[in-house]
Design a protein around this ligand. Structure first.
Ligand code: PXP
Length: 237
């Protein structure tokens, strides 16, 4: 089975538009799991623009599948991760001015140190990187459990119907991740159309998808939006 991680950040984005209490991403996590999500993914950003510390605390208590915490590789976040103890931490680059995560992580010495701290706390570590073979080698050398390939460029090119090169890059990266013995994950900008060519590669074992699912849920409800994506990624399986 291919795992679907549902990123619920944008439920919190709607709540934060009014700085109120609804909609509650915790409620969203519950519905997503009931509808087939295999993992709940949240990004606790430094500026707390959507997910709040309180959300992560409650999610840790109520999530019955897996909790994947996306975070910047900084000391403040390591402390929070050790306190929350999610199943996985996905290290992502973070810039305050960006609308969403732009580009993959550069694996520096600081990232290596953060990985060591998380791993020694028994938290599985995934790195969100571009399909760059040197970075994949470094991820393996430093002991990453998983690599999530950034599919943002592919998604952009898909819109322009000019995605073959990006797809090839992702395929090459995914093979390198698999042969290094790490879990092969994809995420960012994926939707109900551009997911199909990735599925044909038959190499990713997990997808983390947020915006397209939450966007669709406005019209069809979150449960329907999640179960439709889950069916797509597991068809013929
Ligand atoms: N994976 C990672 C590492 C991300 O940072 C994001 C965006 O927060 C996603 C997946 C989900 O991206 P999208 O909301 O475009 O589906």
């Amino acid at each position: 089975m291919i795992a679907l991680g549902v990123n619920i950040d944008h439920i919190a984005t709607i709540r934060q538009a009014r700085k109120g209490i609804e909609p509650d991403p915790v409620h969203g996590a519950f519905i997503a799991e009931q509808s087939g999500a295999d993992q709940i993914t949240v990004h606790l950003r430094e500026d707390r623009r959507h997910i709040q510390f309180r959300d992560v605390q409650i999610l840790k208590e109520i999530v019955q599948t897996k909790l994947n915490l996306e975070m910047a590789p900084i000391p403040e976040m390591v402390t929070i991760a050790k306190q929350i103890m999610p199943d996985t931490v996905t290290l992502v680059p973070e810039k305050r001015e960006e609308v969403t995560t732009e580009g993959g992580l550069a694996i520096t010495n600081e990232v290596k140190e953060v990985m060591e701290q998380l791993k020694s706390a028994n938290i599985e570590v995934s790195l969100f990187i571009e399909p760059d073979l040197d970075m994949i080698k470094l991820a393996s050398k430093y002991g990453a459990d998983a690599v999530e390939l950034h599919t943002g460029k592919y998604a952009e090119k898909f819109q322009e119907n000019d995605y073959e090169q990006e797809l090839k890059n992702l395929a090459k990266g995914a093979k390198a991740i698999k042969s290094a013995g790490m879990r092969v994950v994809a995420g960012h900008g994926l939707n109900y159309k551009n997911i199909y060519p990735l599925l044909e590669l038959d190499i990713f074992t997990e997808y983390n998808i947020g915006h397209s699912i939450i966007a669709k849920s406005v019209f069809v409800g979150l449960g329907n939006a999640v179960s439709e994506m889950k069916q797509i990624i597991n068809k013929n399986r």
